[in-house]
Write a protein that binds this ligand. Structure first.
Ligand SMILES: C[S@@+](CC[C@H](N)C(=O)[O-])C[C@H]1O[C@@H](n2cnc3c(N)ncnc32)[C@H](O)[C@@H]1O
Length: 292
């Protein structure tokens, strides 16, 4: 803390220096954090660089800078993250939504344009996927589950904020899901290998482990979701799963082994395998009924 009076420009300059070796984007981080403390957007900071910043705001800013130096993600410091051009509340109970996940939303929305029908989002976290789908298709029923009640509290807040109609339910994957007629099951499940060192650095150490890592080289959740999808999906329905960029082959194999058809993997903007999808068709339903 200091008695010196500060201006927007002087605080930004100081913050850039402090964050220089601690962040890939020191300038942007400084601007977002100061804007958050002042309650103004970045344009305001550029327009009024000589404006004085009061003592309490300056102290709050220094506190956030200290946390940012310790790799606490920006979104946890500001409590929000933009996704699909909408602003979502996030806390340390929820994964911070990643831009890569917009590919999953895009594929889901396109598929529902062709064939509308009820949607299930497994592992909804802050609710981003379900809420964006409900926002684009308000006529469609959207259900979303998570095992974390704390995450669901945030998801419900986000759905109210965006006036989206989503039915949230606490459930260990499908365990409390009764419907058997979903047109679309979507999921961005935990998929990082539990032994992966990345879990302990780069900000990931602040995100809930249950949102990040899974057993069986990161494939356990994907396997469970794919294996039981046909029990909850209608004939012709789709299953779409986000995964790590090295898991495309394994995800396709799992879908094929479980009788899904038209299986393919889509790439993210960096041309890396990101979402694998497959369709439940008549043959699979027929085969499973013969076995009953
Ligand atoms: C990678 S995060 C995805 C969050 C959000 N859908 C997104 O894309 O930002 C995975 C989510 O799965 C949830 N999860 C983990 N295990 C679960 C389980 N057994 N049943 C339901 N949800 C689970 C976690 O709590 C977490 O919210």
């Amino acid at each position: 803390m200091t008695n010196k009076s500060h201006t927007i420009a002087s605080l930004l300059k100081e913050a850039r220096t402090i964050l220089k070796h601690k962040s890939d984007s020191p300038r942007l981080d400084a601007e977002i954090l100061l804007g958050h403390c002042i309650g103004k957007n970045r344009t305001y900071l550029f327009t009024w660089p000589e404006e004085a910043v009061d003592h309490d705001t300056t102290s709050q800013f220094y506190e956030l800078l200290e946390q940012r130096q310790s790799e606490v993600p920006l979104a946890y410091l500001t409590g929000s993250k933009e996704f699909w051009s909408m602003d979502f509340t996030v806390t340390t109970d929820t994964l911070i939504p990643r831009p890569d996940t917009e590919l999953l939303v895009q594929l889901a929305v396109e598929s529902l344009n062709d064939t509308p029908g009820p949607v299930l989002d497994l592992g909804t976290g802050s609710g981003v996927i379900a809420i964006c789908i409900a926002h684009e298709h308000p006529e469609i029923r959207v259900d979303a589950v998570d095992s974390s009640e704390a995450a669901l509290v945030i998801a419900r807040q986000n759905s109210t904020k965006h006036n989206a109609c989503v039915n949230f339910l606490q459930s260990d994957w499908y365990s409390n899901v009764e419907r058997k007629d979903y047109q679309l099951i979507v999921s961005n499940p935990p998929y990082i290998d539990k032994q992966d060192d990345h879990l302990h650095r780069g900000g990931l150490q602040f995100e809930p482990d249950s949102a990040l890592s899974a057993a069986e080289n990161g494939l356990a959740a994907i396997k469970h979701i794919v294996t039981h999808a046909s029990e909850h999906c209608r004939t012709g329905g789709w299953v779409m799963i986000e995964h790590g960029f090295e898991q495309g082959l394994a995800a396709r194999q799992l879908m094929q082994d479980n009788g899904l058809h038209h299986v393919r993997t889509e790439q993210d903007i960096e041309n890396r395998d990101r979402v694998t999808l497959g369709q439940i068709d008549e043959r699979q339903i027929g085969e499973s009924q013969i076995g009953e």
